[in-house]
Ligand binder design. Sequence first.
Ligand code: HEM
Ligand code: HEM
Length: 174
Amino acid sequence: MVTRFAKSQIILHWLTLLMIILTYSAMLLKDWVPEDNIDLIKNLHFNFGLSVFLLMIIRLCLRQLNTVPPITPPLEAMQALGAKVFHWLLYLLFLSLPILGMLALAYGGKEWVLLGWQVPQWVTPDPGMRSLIKETHETLANTGYFIIGAHTLAALYHHYLRGDNTLQRMMPGK
Ligand code: HEM
Ligand code: HEM
């Protein structure tokens, strides 16, 4: 019987966490770095953020290919539904944030570099669209802190209070 997520899913889950921490950290550091480094730190934010997009896409594919290991003792129907909805919310949020970020740059007519490649302008700049998309990106990004926080607390609740194997299924091991 499958008792854990596939190794690839476990690695990519924790790698996503790392890339998300780096993405948020870049933005948090932006106001603290010397003026000369602001463009660099923003570009790091854009590149780390896009890696999150890529990781989430790969994870969605792996999810289709692998069996979800059962939780023991099993969850009640409502709890299982809640977990499912929350996981889809995480996928939706961390797929839409990078797209909105890219659109904010494009509508702002901003230059940026993706892994050393200068990204060309691909839409007509529009300041109104830019501020709408940028504000949505920032609001969703700030909600992200609470969503990740709730997801982490749920994992700890399962492990320490409910005493089930939810967290162990996402941990590396034999
Ligand atoms: C997981 C992915 C991402 C997360 C969690 C995220 C999060 C954030 C956060 C927290 C801020 C600052 C919000 C504030 O000041 O209130 C921000 C700003 C921004 N992000 Fe992202 N972001 C992500 C991906 C991206 C990507 C891929 C791009 C573009 C390629 C992007 C472009 C921007 C831009 C243009 C800003 C505004 C920067 C400025 O103030 O000049 N983001 N993002
Ligand atoms: C310390 C932080 C974190 C902990 C302790 C944690 C723990 C877990 C655990 C135990 C599971 C399995 C839950 C289940 O099958 O019911 C899981 C799944 C998941 N986690 Fe996290 N996680 C963390 C951070 C994150 C972050 C930052 C994201 C953002 C993308 C994330 C996205 C997901 C998703 C989408 C799933 C569902 C996997 C699937 O079934 O495809 N996690 N996490």
